[in-house]
Design a protein around this ligand. Structure first.
Ligand SMILES: Cc1cc2nc3c(=O)[nH]c(=O)nc-3n(C[C@H](O)[C@H](O)[C@H](O)COP(=O)(O)O)c2cc1C
Length: 197
């Protein structure tokens, strides 16, 4: 066992925090800024990364830029799905209006020995680290994909040209008061087995 006896209690408290994380769809102001946002982004940059490629790219979308971003999502929907573009445009406008901040998370995928999936997993791990950091600082977040994340126009707008790509948006803010029950968590036994020869 690692020698952490002297500092076990604070570590257990931190782990308790991790175990109580949940995704928060119902968000309100404020979004993290300044030193809090730096800590959250730094947590993203502590994700594992095969080959030290540092594929992580985070695009912060906040303030008035959110509304302009929603218009870009609406334009992309017009190209992708013209029959439903008006409905989608309203959906995206409403989404950004009620979301204090978005962090678009992507991977700059480099050709070479490290498989693409590992570079994408590194970006996904960064997203997870940021969700954990948000929660530990008292903020809330939710990982959202949907068709925008797979749309090459949206990817290009945020600086991702194939094979580089987005892996998701983090919707970020402060948890709004909610009566939603704490979600049931998976039964460990259903997900864990021990391999024996
Ligand atoms: C890669 C990825 C993409 C997701 N995309 C969406 C999405 O587009 N819309 C949505 O409602 N939930 C999406 N989710 C699920 C939520 O982020 C969240 O994990 C889920 O609601 C379970 O909540 P929990 O994190 O508290 O267990 C996605 C999750 C992952 C990992």
């Amino acid at each position: 066992m690692p020698d952490i006896t002297h500092a076990r209690e604070p570590r257990l408290l931190a782990l308790d925090q991790l175990l109580s994380r949940r995704s928060v769809g119902l968000l309100q102001e404020p979004a993290p800024a300044g030193a809090d946002l730096d800590l959250i982004l730094d947590a993203g940059l502590r994700a594992p990364d095969h080959g030290r490629l540092k594929p992580w790219r985070f695009v912060v979308i906040r303030g008035e830029a959110r509304l302009a971003y929603a218009e870009k999502l609406a334009e992309a929907a017009m190209v992708r799905d013209p029959a439903n573009a008006a409905t989608l445009a309203e959906r995206y406008r409403a989404w950004v209006r009620r979301t204090p901040m978005l962090i678009a998370v992507g991977a700059v995928v480099k050709p070479g020995n490290i498989p693409e999936i590992e570079q994408l997993l590194a970006a996904g791990s960064a997203a997870m680290n940021m969700l954990n950091a948000l929660h530990m600082l008292g903020y809330g977040g939710m990982w959202v994909t949907g068709p925008n994340v797979y749309d090459s126009n949206v990817n290009r707008l945020l600086g991702f040209e194939a094979p580089s790509r987005l892996v998701g948006h983090l919707a970020v803010g402060t948890p709004a008061p909610s009566t939603a029950p704490v979600p049931a968590r998976p039964d460990r036994a259903a997900h864990v087995s021990e391999w024996t020869p």
